[in-house]
Design a protein around this ligand. Structure first.
Ligand code: SF4
Length: 273
């Protein structure tokens, strides 16, 4: 890859899972075909964007929410194999959105920005692109929000994804995107997990970000930690450029997990598995 390559949080995640996986998916573009989880994730993101766009009221209007769900759903109807599947998934999505509104819908900023696309150069070195689901602007501080279809993990586990485990750099990338492009100083990053731990409950995990090098605990971050993380991220980008053509199997790569019922989607073609 060349120095003008455009990085993203998901690309970095792929590379850290397994460099060979990154090579297949992002350089050869052999992406797995659209699956139901991707479709439902897209539907939920579009509904969340729709219910917040142009909203003035402090509580959600049920008729308006239903209209947004119907409009978004209509665009995706032909992606389902049959009407029974479609009905089951529709009930699931409506349940998740209603649960979100009941639990967290009343919490929002004075101003809400949704689906903010970004492209910026990190430390005058590497270009990053992406799209932030939502930014809530408040007098007391701005909150970056990311919607997730599912997943688990609370504060410490989500922080350790980049602080210790080198797995996912989404939070620091979005933090620097908001700082660089919008001139904001985010004071928290929140994950809204619509189906937490497959329990069909919506969970919000809000990680406070302090502005300097204040004392923090395992559930909080400060700007100093994010600066250190940025340096780690730059080193990962350096390494990716240094590889140029040869992307080998990563030390932590999981080709198959018999107990978790997982097979890497590139297993049938991979000569490094
Ligand atoms: S099969 Fe294994 S080595 Fe090959 S891309 Fe997948 S995780 Fe990497």
């Amino acid at each position: 890859i060349t120095p003008d390559f455009e990085f993203s949080a998901s690309m970095i995640g792929r590379y850290l899972e397994c460099p060979k996986k990154f090579y297949y998916s992002r350089l050869l573009h052999l992406e797995d075909k659209e699956n139901i989880n991707l479709i439902i994730g897209s539907i939920e993101h579009e509904i969340m964007q729709g219910i917040y766009s142009g909203i003035q009221e402090s509580i959600f209007n049920e008729a308006r929410v239903t209209e947004v769900i119907d409009t978004v759903w209509e665009r995706y109807r032909d992606r389902f194999d049959n009407e029974v599947d479609e009905g089951i998934w529709r009930d699931y999505v409506i349940g998740r959105i209603k649960d979100y509104i009941e639990s967290f819908g009343h919490i929002r900023g004075n101003q809400v920005i949704t689906e903010e696309a970004f492209k910026f150069t990190l430390d005058n070195k590497y270009v990053f692109t992406g799209r932030i689901d939502r930014i809530d602007i408040r007098d007391e501080g701005d909150e970056i929000i990311d919607y997730k279809k599912g997943g688990s993990g609370k504060h410490q586990a989500l922080i350790n994804k980049f602080k210790k485990d080198d797995k996912d750099y989404q939070l620091p990338i979005y933090y620097y995107a908001v700082k660089e492009l919008l001139g904001m100083n985010p004071t928290s990053f929140s994950y809204i997990i619509l189906d937490f731990n497959n329990k069909r409950i919506c969970e919000k995990v809000q990680i406070p970000i302090k502005p300097g090098n204040e004392e923090i605990n395992t559930k909080t971050l400060n700007a100093e930690v994010l600066r250190e993380t940025k340096n780690k991220l730059l080193r990962i980008c350096d390494e990716m450029l240094g590889k140029r053509i040869s992307f080998e199997r990563g030390e932590k790569a999981e080709c198959r997990n018999r107990y978790g019922g997982y097979d890497c989607e590139f297993l049938p073609i991979c000569n490094k598995s």
